[in-house]
Design a protein around this ligand. Structure first.
Ligand code: GLN
Length: 293
């Protein structure tokens, strides 16, 4: 079968089974199986797949029709221009989360510049790190020395995060802990994209998400705010004064999360929107002179 015939078969099969991005998915699977680039495909779409490639392309298409996420089939998701390994133990990095990382990088730059000495010691802790995509992309892109810790309750997630650190040639510490249970030290920044979907809403998510992504990484309790509440309540002793707390949030959670942060003594609270114009990130600055209410 030629590349072109395979690609067209893939498109048809995925379209017929109702996959939203059928064309893209058919392409990414073909690329994954053959290693071909789009430019080469355009030059030589009559090239034949070998038998093994044909078999594995068919098998992957079949799996995709059962709604197994594309990224579980290719094993990777690009995030902040970096490749992250993913599997059923971690949330697949979302494009929306790039806003969180971009905001973190801006704030870290400001903190860096506010220091008098040339190389201040700065560190960041990523709570509920999953694949490690947040802390690792911050470490990769910050451009100044910075140390990072990723915390997760799931040992399997941490194993994936450690592999990602190795692939990206980064040194980060990954710690298995139920939130702050085993965390020590104080940080310049605490950042988190915690589970924030209301428990009752999990059922309404698309099949790819509710059946194949870890529910542990999605479920934020009855009102979706469980992890924000816990992290905000417990985080003060883990932040330096002047340090920042940053969260990704669901589109309707900004005011509640901002209020929790205000009551815990955070100021300079800011909300950032994602590309769709929805509230996506809340950040605030910790000042140890302000009492928590
Ligand atoms: N921090 C990871 C991410 O943003 C995982 C988040 C989670 O599991 N809720 O992708």
């Amino acid at each position: 079968m030629t590349l072109k015939a395979a690609y067209e078969k893939g498109i048809r099969q995925l379209e017929q089974s109702g996959i939203a991005e059928y064309e893209l998915d058919a392409w990414y699977l073909l690329e994954h199986v053959t290693g071909i680039t789009w430019a080469l495909y355009l030059l030589d779409s009559k090239k034949e797949l070998d038998a093994a490639q044909e078999t594995s392309y068919s098998a992957l298409l079949e799996k995709r029709t059962h709604r197994i996420p594309l990224q579980h089939l290719t094993g990777v998701q690009e995030f902040m221009g970096l490749d992250f390994q993913v599997n059923e133990h971690v949330l697949i990095p979302r494009q929306d989360t790039e806003i969180l990382v971009e905001t973190a990088l801006e704030i870290l730059k400001d903190i860096w510049q506010s220091y008098e000495e040339k190389t201040p010691k700065m560190n960041v802790l990523d709570m509920c790190t999953g694949s490690g995509c947040i802390v690792l992309s911050i470490l990769k892109l910050f451009g100044h020395p910075l140390s990072g810790i990723g915390v997760d309750i799931s040992g399997n997630a941490l194993e994936t995060a450690r592999k990602n650190a190795e692939n990206l040639n980064l040194e980060a510490v990954f710690l298995q802990s139920d939130l702050f249970e085993r965390v020590e030290g104080q940080f310049s920044m605490l950042i988190s994209n915690p589970p924030y979907i209301r428990s009752a809403q999990i059922q309404t998510l698309q099949k790819e998400v509710k059946e194949y992504e870890p529910v542990m990484a999605l479920d934020g309790g009855e009102d979706g705010l469980h992890f924000y509440r816990k992290i905000i309540q417990e985080c003060r002793q883990y932040l330096i004064s002047g340090g920042y707390l940053l969260f990704e949030i669901g589109y309707d959670q900004a005011s509640e999360v901002a209020k929790l942060m205000w009551n815990a003594g955070f100021r300079s609270i800011a909300v950032k929107k994602d590309l769709a114009g929805l509230d996506r990130v809340v950040s605030g600055r910790y000042d140890d002179r302000i009492e928590a209410r």
